[in-house]
Design a protein around this ligand. Structure first.
Ligand SMILES: Cc1cc2nc3c(=O)[nH]c(=O)nc-3n(C[C@H](O)[C@H](O)[C@H](O)COP(=O)(O)O)c2cc1C
Length: 193
């Protein structure tokens, strides 16, 4: 068997960052493209997401957290979930330092919590009800599910990090509709007829 070609991107067999095209070998050079940032945001905003709050306990035992639309299920065996914090986030380094986090999936009636926790500032959790779990993680009252994780891996991805968490425990905490986010607007779930 031929050794792997180190000039190939690890995740995209057949595409090389450098060198020339070699169609016979199935290698096509990737040219860094200049995508207009406004277009990028506009098109990617077409994809709707759920809304979750990632929480952890800070060094002074106060909750820290951030709102994410990038939460996703990753793997069943082992049980992994993920989300993507911006490198500019001031909350992510505190969550990373805690070494574990809780994903709180917001219900459609929790917009005020979303507004407070997505604001920058020291007192994001003022007026936000929560309990501490047996893993010592803040679980937001009224969220529809909680997924508690140990930090598993952090992978660099452009101006964001890809964070993977190993699930320690999880529970549906309320039988209600999730909050959804689409093109800058919040909404709820409506089943098709
Ligand atoms: C609906 C919604 C989804 C968001 N998704 C993400 C996300 O996936 N990753 C991220 O880094 N920030 C996301 N943000 C922004 C953060 O919630 C927050 O504004 C940012 O982390 C700034 O606060 P910080 O400096 O305390 O982290 C989202 C905000 C909203 C309202």
């Amino acid at each position: 068997m031929r050794p792997p070609d180190r000039s190939l991107l690890p995740s995209s067999r057949g595409f090389a960052m450098t060198g020339s095209d070699d169609p016979a070998a199935g290698i096509f050079r990737v040219t860094p493209s200049s995508i207009d940032p406004t277009l990028f945001r506009q098109v990617l905003a077409s994809y709707p997401t759920g809304v979750s709050v990632i929480t952890a306990l800070g060094p002074d035992d106060k909750p820290v957290g951030m709102v994410v639309g990038t939460f996703t299920s990753v793997s069943l065996d082992p049980p992994l979930v993920g989300f993507l914090p911006d490198k500019k986030s001031s909350s992510w380094p505190q969550i990373e330092a805690a070494g574990r986090f809780c994903v709180n999936v917001l219900a459609s009636d929790q917009q005020e919590i979303c507004r407070r926790v997505s604001a920058k500032g020291p007192d994001k959790f003022a007026g936000v009800g929560y309990d501490l779990s047996r893993h010592n993680l803040p679980v937001i009252a009224g969220a529809i599910a909680r997924i508690e994780c140990a930090l598993h891996a952090v992978v660099e991805a452009g101006d964001h990090w890809i964070v993977l968490g190993h699930v320690l425990g999880l529970e549906v905490t309320r039988d209600d509709d999730p909050m959804l986010f689409h093109r800058g607007r919040y909404g709820g779930f409506a089943e098709l007829a």
